[in-house]
Design a protein around this ligand. Structure first.
Ligand code: AMP
Ligand code: MN
Ligand code: MN
Length: 326
């Protein structure tokens, strides 16, 4: 933990008044939980806070405390003292939310993606942290910012989702200690876990059934992938948020090294989502060669082309990397 940067961020949060808190497009539990946690804590300090995400609040996370604070950005830009980017590896992944900021005196960048280039004035990137929520826990506790039960619940949701329920290799004793502190601060683990993991709409499982129908294996069964066309998504009425986590069904296969999910987007691009089970096979590096990024074991990219074209290119590259490194 770099205490002096956290202190500088803490001072900026106390000194200024108008804040915009942003996170990445296609937000996950870490992006939304972190945004709400910081927004709620700053609200307690009496600050004027906007919490924006291009997609607004997702239905699946709308049970989170303070969810109503998170909105899509307005059309007309607003003026801020401080803009804060959370969990966002590249500035362009802030999407339209960044465009709604006319001018901010200070940009703060808090993240845990190793591929984050460090944009902004006050930058705190901890690539070891399993979630941005864990960094915010450090910030809020060391800087003595308000930690209400609502803040704690959002931090717990951020950490739980980004660690795959405390399972991924970057989950440490410290992560569990933080979780324990959050429980002491008011989190009801059973209730929150049920809302996070046992509350999916039926259409998500229907989507999984369709996806498994497209499942393919390659590279001596070390690689598996499935694909989602727009037509398939439409046929079950799926929202983009419904497919978060479905790739885990591929990752869980014995002997598998890399899982890939291909999703056809409306703009002539394909969203590629990759998971690796072997630190020597760096899916972030693979995604970076296609303009994306992320972490060693979980990364993504948006690649121009049809589903067939992109699948062929990416599968070939992934298999190449698997053969040379595993
Ligand atoms: P996902 O597969 O969408 O769950 O993303 C896995 C990880 O890769 C997350 O940490 C994302 O922030 C990151 N990521 C996904 N897509 C991109 C992209 N197009 N550019 C940079 N990072 C990405
Ligand atoms: Mn994220
Ligand atoms: Mn994250």
């Amino acid at each position: 933990m770099n205490r002096s940067t956290l202190d500088a961020i803490g001072r900026a949060l106390r000194q200024h008044h108008r804040f915009a808190i942003l996170s990445h497009v296609r937000p996950d539990g870490d992006a939304l939980g972190s945004t709400l946690a910081l927004a709620l804590s700053l609200n307690e300090l009496g600050k004027n806070v906007r919490a924006w995400n291009e997609e607004g609040m997702l239905e699946k996370y709308s049970f989170l405390a303070g969810a109503e604070l998170l909105t899509p950005p307005p059309n007309a830009p607003e003026q801020f003292d401080v803009a804060i980017a959370l969990d966002t590896a590249t500035q362009n992944r802030l999407g339209k939310a960044a465009e709604a900021i006319r001018k901010a005196k200070i940009w703060i960048n808090i993240d845990h993606h190793p591929s984050n280039p460090g944009y902004g004035d006050l930058v705190y990137i901890d690539p070891i942290a399993p979630a941005t929520g864990q960094i915010l826990f450090d910030l809020i506790s060391t800087e003595k910012l308000p930690m209400t039960p609502a803040v704690a619940e959002n931090l717990y949701a951020a950490i739980s989702t980004d660690t795959g329920s405390f399972q991924y290799p970057n989950t440490t004793a410290r992560t569990f200690e933080i979780a324990a502190d959050l429980i002491r601060a008011g989190v009801n683990v059973g209730r929150l876990s049920q809302l996070l993991y046992e509350n999916y709409p039926k259409r998500r499982v229907e989507l999984l059934r369709l996806l498994l129908g497209t499942m393919q294996f390659g590279c001596d069964d070390k690689l598996a992938w499935f694909s989602l066309s727009q037509e398939m998504a439409k046929s079950v009425g799926a929202l983009p948020e419904d497919n978060e986590g479905l790739i885990d069904h591929l990752r869980a296969i014995h002997g598998l090294v890399v899982a890939i999910f291909f999703e056809e987007l409306v703009d002539g691009k394909v969203r590629v989502s990759m998971r690796s089970k072997n630190e020597a096979v760096d899916v972030c590096a693979i995604c970076q060669t296609f303009g994306g990024g992320g972490h060693t074991l979980a990364a993504g990219a948006r690649v121009r082309g049809t589903l067939t074209e992109v699948t062929q290119k990416i599968v070939e590259k992934a298999c190449d990397v698997i053969r040379h490194n595993s």
